[in-house]
Design a protein around this ligand. Structure first.
Ligand code: NAP
Length: 305
């Protein structure tokens, strides 16, 4: 693979940025990788194991001379980081981000982007419940989707170059507008996370089942909620605060469906339950057919045990 950007700067050095570093090295698409994280601890860890070619002391220093600058910080911090790097951006550079919410990030970042610099927001749909500079791995984006969110009047060459970059990192790419992105993600990611957080919270509050019983018998389903509910608190606080409208719409529908299922259980309406579960099972089959998960029992864990 040949170099796509001579210099790539990553602002924030957590799970996504560190995975990008590994994937960029694997693909050989970046001439030089500079990085910045706000805490001296994270910068020291990144230097210690040579995550980037150069770990800088300020975000502006990392962005100076970069052809691509990717903002990899929590959604609520994007605006401040964009303001900080703006004076250092070189003409013709592309600024992108990996935020899980798009409309709010665009509103926060776009006003800071100087004329002559391209702003092409993006969101790789890949992650784990781990965070920090040591949590990344090169395969994170393999066969996952990266949604690119071009702006009105975006330079097509800059958009296509960023798409080629994400494809080189292993992703499939699609273009989407910000509002639709936020609704799709509310269904596929944000609401499910909130439901998982709630379920784990409920188990924690329920005093008639002891904590040790919850942990011991967790493989019955609860364990899968706990993985999601272990995700980074800062990141997820920011996701909900910045994708309010779409998340609340989906949660409203969720509550209605939950009431309908509750009524079916109370009234003994087995047909309703059976028809509902048959429909949801088909969705799981669709995900497997689309290559977005494996068909192995227990998400493939049984094989490894
Ligand atoms: P992470 O592992 O928690 O790393 C976050 C990074 O941002 C750290 O380097 C942290 O610096 C820095 N940071 C945190 N708060 C900051 C602030 N207020 N100002 C400046 N820097 C700050 O997070 P991540 O999982 O890589 O997520 C990064 C972005 O990717 C988020 O916008 C998230 O929505 C998006 N995303 C996440 C996933 C996922 O599953 N994790 C998937 C797709 C997209 P320190 O280490 O110095 O504290």
């Amino acid at each position: 693979m040949s170099v796509i950007y001579d210099r790539v700067a990553l602002i924030g050095l957590g799970l996504i940025a560190s995975s990008m570093c590994h994937a960029m090295r694997r693909a050989g698409v970046a001439g030089e990788i500079t990085g910045y994280a706000r805490s001296p601890e994270t910068r020291a860890i990144a230097r210690e194991f040579g995550l980037c070619d150069r770990v800088c002391e300020t975000a502006a220093e990392a962005a100076t001379g970069a052809d691509l600058v990717v903002l990899c910080v929590p959604v609520g911090a994007m605006g401040a980081v964009a303001a900080e790097i703006a004076p250092a951006l070189k003409p013709g550079a592309t600024v992108s981000d990996v935020g899980s919410v798009k409309k709010a990030v665009i509103e926060a970042v776009a006003p800071h982007i100087p004329a002559g610099v391209h702003f092409v927001p993006a969101h790789p749909l890949a992650g784990t419940e781990h965070s920090g500079p040591r949590s990344g791995f090169a395969e994170l984006f393999d066969n996952r989707w990266c949604l690119i969110v071009p702006q009105t009047g975006s330079d097509r060459a800059a958009v296509e170059r960023l798409e080629r970059f994400w494809q080189a990192l292993g992703s499939n790419t699609d273009e989407m507008d910000a509002e639709h992105h936020d609704l799709v993600l509310a269904v596929t990611s944000h609401a499910p996370h909130l439901i998982a957080y709630t379920m784990v919270g409920v188990a924690d509050d329920l005093r008639r089942v002891t904590d040790s019983e919850v942990i011991k018998y967790s493989a019955a389903g609860f364990r899968d909620f706990t993985r999601i509910a272990a995700s980074d608190p800062t990141m997820w606080r920011d996701v909900f605060l910045n994708n309010k409208e779409a998340t609340l719409e989906i949660l409203g529908r969720f509550t209605e469906e939950l009431f309908a299922l509750q009524r079916a259980i109370r009234t003994g309406d087995g047909d309703h339950l059976h028809a509902y579960f048959t429909r949801t099972r088909a969705i799981r089959r669709g995900i497997i057919e689309a290559g977005q998960d494996v068909d192995a029992p227990d998400f493939g864990r049984a094989k490894k045990a």
